[in-house]
Design a protein. Structure first.
Length: 747
């Protein structure tokens, strides 16, 4: 059988040795197992649980781990590492062979084989399998099944041991094996940096550590090229679609700790292999460098917009002035000149951008546009980037609005709606467009027909998209499209302190932080506090008692904490922990990394999942946890979705979220911690975005100085893109950009 194999042996842990008598539950995807182990010298079995791959009932195991007391199931041994050892008794060998480890060998064949070879059985199978033909009724076909199964099991064990010898955790080792199978040895030895591109969760840093253990020189061209690609991918996470060559070289050299010349050689090699794309494509001393995927996306956006602008218009709307006046009378609303301009512009131009802050009438204009075109345009679609924004658009217009992913009919293979299967919509109105990143905008425009008309509605003063790019800003800056800016607050919104303060912030004026007179309830309050720990106490008090009691709101469903930071006492991580204990202190729970999830918790999806059709930013509530199966059920609006334990890295607690994650959503009540401890994040557009998330109430807890710093800091984080330049270029003869269409949806 060869040497025993040891996985994840830890320090300062207890050891159990025995036979796996029964497997109660086993997940074939992540190898999580719950079973009963009969320890040596004992008569009673004990419960074990943990990630154990390729183990079977009847197998002899040595386990490392710690005892835990479960509130429902009692004492359990939580396995952190294990080793498979040869069974020592004939009964153990017989049971092991009959367990299913070898295809085609059941109880009867196991008895015959052990009867023939006794204690030498496993060595015979491993080193002299031809001798098995001596067993009565043994055929060549059965022998080949035994040989094949045995070699496969041995190969799995060997590759797993190899991966663990490189310091790779069980979870990552399992992902690597699922990705490469038995070719994992060859892949890692040839180019371990492929892991960063092919295996979910493994980035350059982990791949670089593996490469070092495999003896790859830190100055090797292979490492330099992988490091340049990693650096450029890292900048995409910061919002850039590209990066200036000189800046990229300096940054990569610093990250890799190698000479700049090595990085320049790597950049040249990557460009020769078309793995980096320069813009402008002609010779330039310091071009912006793209990954091919992002370069193609920007080119396709520019080409699609040109195609739509040059395409035929749909049926003209007649008697616009008279019908507009009739609608004003019917709705008892008198549009101001800018609003009328916006309505008519939507009918006169193939592409319209409508931007403005809260209370300026964007929704009113959408309703008027819909009223004017409803009779003459049979196919109209409304959409928004997030579920909450789409739901709000549905409520305010009376027409069904979809998320962009649902509009484009996302599937695991990609968006079903594209140039080959375009949307029927002759008019598409998209709200919250500041949130749309480069890759999503490419897919959206790809699905529009030439004759379609596009109205993009958004607030350009908010934060740009979480994903790479600044599409709305670049489109406005290109001056190629009709843009209507709304800046007048209308009477029905003027009484709102949220709205008036948001507009003051947008203009660079410190908002009104005074206390309201008397006991009258208003929609904006400022509470002065500088100590982070006391701010946390006030947040808990506001969220659990004051707001629910005074405003009649549900603390778990209606109150959202929005914070600028991830770390620190008033950061997302800590606030989620303390709010979970305050709002949902008990219930069935599961530990996953540093997070503890309980039935009843509010959670947020943080990665797009096209199979489940849940997307980054979707908020739900945990409704059920099955410990024996390791499954969570989460209710998202009207859909309940199951999550396996391995999928829990795609959710996070949602009691507190960052300002970036709040984009596109409105909440009945918002609490915002805002102090100079957040100095790095104190920017005007971030503050403005946070304020405009509150629908009925905003409570700001912090200091005057922090507010002043944010208001006066109009500097926006620079994003490197080339979309504006591409839009300003003269249209090519063919409006369709070259390059294959993406097969996968990315947002």
């Amino acid at each position: 059988m060869g040497p025993a194999w040891v996985i994840n042996q830890g320090m300062d842990e207890q050891t159990l040795t025995g036979t796996l008598e029964r497997i109660t539950y086993q997940n074939p995807e992540n190898h999580f197992l719950i079973g009963r182990l009969l320890c040596e010298g004992q008569r009673q079995t004990v419960t074990i649980k943990g990630s154990l791959f390729n183990v079977f009932e009847g197998q002899a195991l040595k386990l490392w781990g710690k005892w835990e007391e479960h509130h429902s199931y009692g004492k359990q041994f939580n396995v952190s590492g294990f080793a498979a050892v040869e069974p020592t008794s004939l009964a153990g060998i017989e049971r092991y062979l009959a367990s299913g480890v070898i295809k085609g060998v059941g109880k009867a064949w196991a008895q015959r084989i052990v009867k023939a070879f006794g204690a030498e059985t496993l060595d015979i199978i491993d080193s002299e399998p031809e001798k098995l033909l001596e067993v009565p009724k043994m055929s060549r076909k059965i022998l080949e099944n035994i040989r094949e199964s045995w070699e496969e099991q041995k190969a799995v064990r060997e590759i797993m041991v190899f991966l663990h010898s490189l310091g790779i955790s069980q979870a990552y080792a399992d992902r690597i094996f699922r990705t490469y199978g038995f070719s994992g040895f060859a892949v890692l030895k040839e180019n371990p940096y492929r892991l960063a591109m092919d295996v979910s969760g493994i980035g350059f840093r982990i791949a670089d550590g593996i490469a070092a253990k495999l003896g790859i020189d830190r100055l090797s061209p292979q490492r330099a090229e992988a490091g340049v690609v990693y650096t450029l991918e890292e900048t995409a996470g910061e919002g850039h679609t590209c990066y200036p060559k000189e800046k990229l070289v300096d940054r990569a050299a610093e990250i890799l700790e190698i000479p700049r010349d090595n990085v320049l050689q790597a950049v040249a090699s990557l460009q020769d292999d078309n793995l980096l794309k320069p813009y402008p494509p002609e010779q330039s001393p310091n071009p912006r460098l793209f990954r091919p995927r992002m370069d193609r996306a920007e080119r396709n956006i520019a080409a699609s917009l040109t195609r739509i602008l040059q395409g035929p218009p749909f049926t003209a709307v007649k008697d616009i002035p008279a019908r507009l006046a009739a609608m004003e009378h019917e709705n008892a609303i008198l549009l101001d000149p800018q609003q009328k301009k916006a309505v008519t512009a939507a009918l006169d131009h193939k592409v319209l951008i409508l931007t403005g802050g809260p209370g300026t009438g964007k929704t009113t204009i959408i309703r008027f546009i819909l009223g004017l075109v409803a009779d003459s345009i049979p196919s109209i679609s409304l959409a928004a980037p997030t579920g909450k924004a789409a739901k709000r658009l549905t409520e305010t217009t009376g027409r069904t609005a979809l998320t962009l992913h649902r509009l484009l009919e996302t599937s695991p293979k990609g968006f079903e709606r594209n140039a080959d299967n375009p949307l029927e919509a002759e008019l598409l109105i998209v709200d919250e467009c500041s949130m749309i990143d480069t890759l999503l905008m490419e897919s959206l425009l790809d699905g529009l027909q030439d004759h379609a008309r596009l109205v993009l509605v958004g607030d350009v003063d908010q934060l740009p998209s979480v994903g790479a790019g600044q599409v709305l800003g670049d489109m406005i800056a290109s001056r190629r499209f009709e843009v209507v800016v709304l800046d007048k607050i209308h009477r029905q919104s003027a009484a709102s302190r949220i709205t008036s303060n948001a507009h003051l912030v947008r203009k660079g004026v410190v908002p009104d932080l005074s206390r309201p007179p008397g006991e009258a309830l208003v929609d904006f309050y400022f509470m002065r506090e500088s100590e982070p720990e006391k701010i946390v106490e006030k947040i808990i008090l506001m969220a659990t008692r004051r707001i629910p009691e005074r405003f009649g709101l549900d603390p778990k469903l209606d109150v959202q904490i929005i914070t600028p930071m991830h770390r620190g006492p008033t950061g997302v991580a800590n606030l989620n922990r303390v709010l979970q204990d305050a709002l949902n202190p008990s219930g069935a729970e599961v530990l996953f990394g540093e997070n503890r999830y309980r039935v009843g918790d509010r959670v947020m999806q943080i990665k797009n999942n096209y199979e489940k059709k849940v997307f980054n930013g979707d908020v739900g509530e945990i409704t059920q946890y099955k410990e024996d199966g390791g499954m969570l059920s989460i209710q998202f609006d009207e859909r309940e979705i199951s999550y396996e334990r391995k999928e829990l890295d795609t959710i996070t607690l949602g009691y507190a979220i960052t300002v970036h994650k709040s984009q596109g959503s409105e909440y009945p009540a918002v609490i915002i911690p805002f102090t100079t401890h957040h100095a790095i994040m104190l920017q005007r557009n971030l503050f403005y975005t946070a304020l405009t998330r509150g629908k009925k109430l905003v409570v700001l807890i912090g200091t005057d100085k922090a507010v002043q710093m944010a208001v006066h800091n109009a500097r926006r984080e620079e994003r490197f893109t080339a979309l504006r330049d591409r839009l300003e270029e003269p249209p090519a003869e063919s409006p369709q950009a070259d390059g294959p269409r993406p097969e996968e949806p990315q947002a």
